[in-house]
Write a protein that binds this ligand. Structure first.
Ligand code: HEM
Length: 143
């Protein structure tokens, strides 16, 4: 490949990355995560990881995974811009009486990060999910 055609090829590649990044930036976090099936897989795996996490699993001894899983799915779907309607309690009301600590919250956030890594979610989307959870910390802990 001569120098000119190499320049053209690299330029074309750069434009195609820029275009796909631009197309992606208009999409909701929900779509960039891969939609409902992908989110459902994340929620199911999160349940498995949390159930094995001795730092917080005692909190969920009375929880029915299928009920909680579908509520969490609706919540995350709606919060990430997806086409779902969450009909559960708001985060403050849902966690009132639990006296959750910052350590409890951080354990759940860490488990979530682990699951997102397991599904190879890119760092931009992973950080957006973690920010979304982090923005709710004040509603969830100390209630
Ligand atoms: C931003 C982080 C969190 C989100 C988005 C979240 C989301 C939810 C949702 C959607 C519900 C169902 C609410 C309803 O019943 O209407 C719920 C309930 C619950 N959450 Fe959280 N939660 C968070 C943090 C935590 C943490 C850190 C813990 C404990 C380590 C926790 C423990 C629970 C428990 C035990 C329930 C009740 C489940 C049941 O029905 O048995 N949550 N949460």
């Amino acid at each position: 490949m001569n120098r000119l055609s190499r320049c053209i090829a690299i330029g074309a590649l750069a434009i195609s990355f820029a275009t796909s990044a631009a197309a992606d930036s208009g999409k909701s976090l929900f779509d960039r995560l891969g939609g409902l099936n992908a989110l459902n897989a994340v929620v199911n795996e999160l349940w498995t990881v949390v159930a094995a996490d001795s730092r917080i699993n005692a909190r969920f001894v009375h929880t029915k995974p299928e009920v909680f899983g579908s509520q969490l799915l609706d919540f995350l779907c709606q919060a990430s811009g997806g086409p779902c309607t969450y009909r559960g309690k708001d985060m403050r009301a849902a966690h009132t009486g639990m006296k959750l600590s910052a350590a409890d919250f951080d354990a759940l956030a860490e488990d979530t990060a682990k699951v997102l890594d397991k599904f190879s979610v890119p760092s931009v989307e992973k950080n957006e999910v973690l920010h979304l959870l982090g923005s709710l910390k004040g509603d969830v802990i100390g209630r």
